[in-house]
Design a protein around this ligand. Sequence first.
Ligand SMILES: [Zn+2]
Length: 372
Amino acid sequence: MGSNRNPAPFPKAFPDFNGIGGGLVLFEQQVHLVNVVPGGLVGGAVDGDTVPHLVLHHHPYNWTGDTIADILERPEYQGHTVNFKTYKQSYKSKKTCYNAEEKWLVFENTHEAIIDADTWARVQELRKNKRRPTRTGKTNMFSGIVRCADCGEKLYYCTNKNFEARQDHFVCSTSRLKGKDICPTHFIRAVVLEQGVLSHMRLTIACVANHEEQFRKAMGAKQKAEAKKELAAKRRQLTQAERRIEELDRLFKRIYEDNVGGKLSDSRFQILSDDYEQEQEELWEKLLRLNEEINEQEEQTKNIDRFISKVQKYLDLDELTPAVLNDMVKAVYVHAADKSKGHREQQIDISYDLMGILPTSLLNDLQNGETA
Ligand SMILES: [Zn+2]
């Protein structure tokens, strides 16, 4: 890869028409990327818009930001083979045209995954949330994930080249753009934010490490036995609904034949068929709803498991890095400061990846053994 303008290297998949599956050839660079990326990838994408610095600093090939962006977005790294990404207008044409993503043909799991699906999805999410560096060139790992608890907009990172680190702060963008009467400033210093988030993460980690079973219970509320019962009941309802739908089809056929054969009057037929139709419609709705509920519940259980194994990577967390933050935290909501008690109190809610907001009071109860 001599020139920066070369397209990103990517796994070359050779379709194998003997049915053994596609082969995969990796460039040497990619093997390097694989080594570098799992740690740097998530953290690296943080600095977003321009260049994922973390990755760039580590890799020796002088890739540009675009190249890295291209690499980060390739589905091939999850072990899939993607065909029909490009096409030629005619065999005479040298110009390559790009197909829309819907037209890609993706063969899943055709080769060994380099990046697991979770990490890949997380990176795509992070990349959607690009952020510009400030004029000073300083960035903060919270930019882009810290939001106003009242209006939901992002908080602006405010810094100045003369600022000491303790002076860097965030304010609500609505308040900056539309005035304080629309939304209060929600001012928070970057260091305070960092300390708050770190201590909450440590509390969460401690809960998972010391009270895993109670944590599961508290999070899923209806975990294990209860959830299983509920799921089984829902599946039964689902089967019943499916059977009744089929039965209604048969009934309809019968009244139709009876009507044609003269055994059933037109008006009677109309009434019955309307009834059947309505019942069937309701059943379809129920079917879809049940299906959704079942999926959601299964997903929730899976998410708790995934969250717990994620937490287990950070049992000794004592410093917040962009990589850890982006791996674990989806958003941080900052409330307006409350000065009614004579001192400044400010609530922050942390929305964890896979779990959502974990209230501090609940975590404290878990730590103190107060949750059954
Ligand atoms: Zn706001």
